[in-house]
Design a protein around this ligand. Structure first.
Ligand SMILES: Nc1ncnc2c1ncn2[C@@H]1O[C@H](COP(=O)(O)OP(=O)(O)OP(=O)(O)O)[C@@H](O)[C@H]1O
Ligand SMILES: [Mg+2]
Length: 278
């Protein structure tokens, strides 16, 4: 529990002031369900790659704060609350970005992180925890949605894992059940931030269906790994109007010369890349 306490002690007064409240006019606030009735999962160890937790003063954590702030306070319109993190191909850093973003958001806003990548579920490894049923089981109507939203030992952070029936469930993404699932999630978490860690867009159809139902999509590309055509194809499949921006993972700021100027740039980041580069 020591580390947890440290984590929340680092949160400054501004963020404490932003903690979820049930002011009816506030954009963000507490869930609309009794969270004491939700199943509980203990996050026992947080992977070192979740830099916003382990190195909150690092460049990477700083970039996640900027990203969070850009999402919370868009230049125009209302903030996107249901955000899918997508990329063209496997291994570009969607899970890395989703988890860091979720921990960053949970410092100040009630946050739900959904493991909607049925192809490569990995939350239990990143967080050393074991889940029971998840989104796949709810989509197949084996359990209710309330049974798969896990309250965690982190205040404000809820997790929805992939679940057991992942192969059968991929077809359910194309069905009405996904619409109902998201509708219910919006009812239960009307003032929360919900992040969907997705499968690669050029490999799986699930993220395409999901992208139609979320408020916005954050594309991830990885420096020295992703190619421009792949990113463009993925963006076309999702539809440009849904794209909130591009997270340039592992990006070296000095080589800022590619990708359309319509994207925002976030370099995440040189420092992490050098230490843990794979
Ligand atoms: N900036 C980075 N620097 C170094 N390694 C990174 C970086 N981002 C991600 N990685 C590593 O690359 C691997 C793939 O990252 P991650 O699992 O987040 O990708 P993904 O897009 O979710 O892949 P998949 O589509 O297979 O689920 C992981 O081992 C992760 O630690
Ligand atoms: Mg992943």
């Amino acid at each position: 529990m020591g580390k947890l306490t440290n984590f929340f002690r680092r949160v400054g007064p501004l963020e404490e002031a932003e903690a979820p409240q049930n002011n009816k006019n506030a954009i963000y606030g507490a869930p609309a369900i009794d969270t004491d009735l939700l199943p509980y999962v203990e996050i026992s160890k947080i992977d070192q790659r979740i830099m916003v937790y382990h190195k909150p003063d690092s460049i990477v954590a700083e970039n996640f704060k900027i990203l969070r702030s850009n999402i919370l306070h868009p230049r125009t319109g209302l903030p996107s609350k249901f955000v899918m993190v997508a990329s063209a191909i496997p291994g570009e850093g969607k899970t890395f970005v989703s988890l860091n973003l979720a921990f960053s958001f949970a410092r100040s806003v009630s946050t739900v992180l959904v493991e909607s990548d049925l192809r490569n579920p990995s939350f239990s490894t990143w967080l050393e925890c074991s889940f029971a049923e998840g989104i796949s089981d709810a989509l197949l109507e084996k359990v209710s949605i309330k049974d798969i939203i896990y309250k965690t030992n982190f205040p404000n952070l809820y997790l929805i894992p992939a679940g057991f029936t992942i192969e059968e469930a991929s077809d359910a993404f194309a069905s009405e059940r996904l619409v109902i699932f998201l509708d219910q999630l919006r009812q239960y978490f009307p003032k929360s931030f919900v992040i969907f860690d997705s499968s690669p867009v050029l490999v799986a159809s699930e993220p395409i269906y999901l992208s139609r139902l979320v408020d916005g999509v954050l594309m991830v590309a990885r420096y020295g790994y992703s190619d421009r055509d792949g990113i463009n194809d993925a963006v076309e499949k999702i539809g440009r109007s849904k794209i909130l921006g591009l997270v340039f993972n592992g990006f070296n700021i000095s080589s800022l010369n590619i990708i359309s100027s319509r994207f925002k740039y976030y370099h995440l980041s040189k420092k992490y890349y050098r230490k843990n580069g794979s």
